[in-house]
Design a protein around this ligand. Sequence first.
Ligand code: KE4
Length: 426
Amino acid sequence: MTDSKGWFEKAARVIPGGVNSPVRAFRGVGGEPFFVARGEGARLWDVDGRAYVDFLGSWGPLILGHAPRPVVEAIVEAAGRGTSYGAPTPLEVEMAEAITAAYPSIELVRLVSSGTEAAMSAIRLARGATGRSLLLKFDGCYHGHADSLLVKAGSGGATFSIPDSAGVPGPLARLTLTAPFNDLDAVRTHFREHGGEIAAVIVEPVAGNMGVVAPRPGFLEGLREVTRAHGALLIFDEVITGFRVAYGGAQQLYGVRPDLTCLGKIIGGGLPVGAYGGSRQLMSHVVPLGTVYQAGTLSGNPLAVAAGLATLRQLQAPGVYATLEARGAQLARALTVAAERAGVPLTVNRVGSMLTGFFCDGAVTDYASAKRADTTRYARFFHAMLGRGVFLAPSQFEAAFVSLAHSEADLAHAARAAAEVLASVA
Ligand code: KE4
């Protein structure tokens, strides 16, 4: 019987780095990844038979936990009728109706197959609808791997960005401006200098990809105001926050309406779905209505949409978000108390059921402050928790997620493990 180590060796012979997405390779925490045999509820089992309480939840989609019965039944039922048609189906309409009902800012929505596709399409639409070329994104925010979004701030405060990946042409990177998250002054400066050329600002309304960082009061409202004043579009990338921090996402939670919204993760219930949407006027620029091209063989795939709809139906039950809020708060409190008792500097940022414990003192409000965290200590914490059967994100700069499948006992297990581990990494 092949163990995780054996599978990783086999994988590395045929897959770059042995993984199909780089963060899974544990490079952020060292060591080698375990290989999964199965998941059920709040638990994962690896091929070596070890069980973990899973606070990664596949990086966000599994708000109901692993293999929830209504979702599995919906997938099986849909699969029995076929797996893909390349032709429209009623289920896609039901998903679009569910999204537009939950997001008043969305009148028309296009389903795609990943968050990357959603963000890539949204920025192309913004450029096509405004006739402008510049984009503005925030340091530490991640919107998938489309070329225009793999950029970072130029050195020495240079206005224009530089590629954050090989293969991204310099001239393309320079069309994307960057600013620190939560820094409205920096955004206003960019608009003063380039206002008439900026097509859109794209933001994670609650950042998840630098670790969890909440918007400062007034930040999102300020983005809404400055983009409107300059005729630029505001894009909320709610691939993580959509149906996570509230049924209506961060735009419901903070009461700020973007022009375009990207969704993903939860709306696929663990299968590949992304979406982007906005006003009828804006979305009418998208082919076949308009001239902004976007297409996809498996867009609106019936199995993925069936899984997503079954998930959303569960999230419409009364009290769901109060439960997620309470469980998120309970885990955050347990981490904070354990760190205080152990004398370990830990700043826990949380919004609802997404949270990150940064191994540093002081507030974490943007990428620069997040990078103060002690990643070596985080790596030791991660592995010690894994050894106690608790699976967290294999990177300090990612989020942990609590699901509706996590029980009181699971949270108590994590709290006990954190108390033991933090005492040992002090
Ligand atoms: P995908 O293409 O991975 O489905 O979505 C890209 C994306 C877009 N927007 C936000 C806010 C996202 O968080 C993501 C993807 N998130 C990462 C980690 N937080 C997925 C994990 C991975 O890359 O393997």
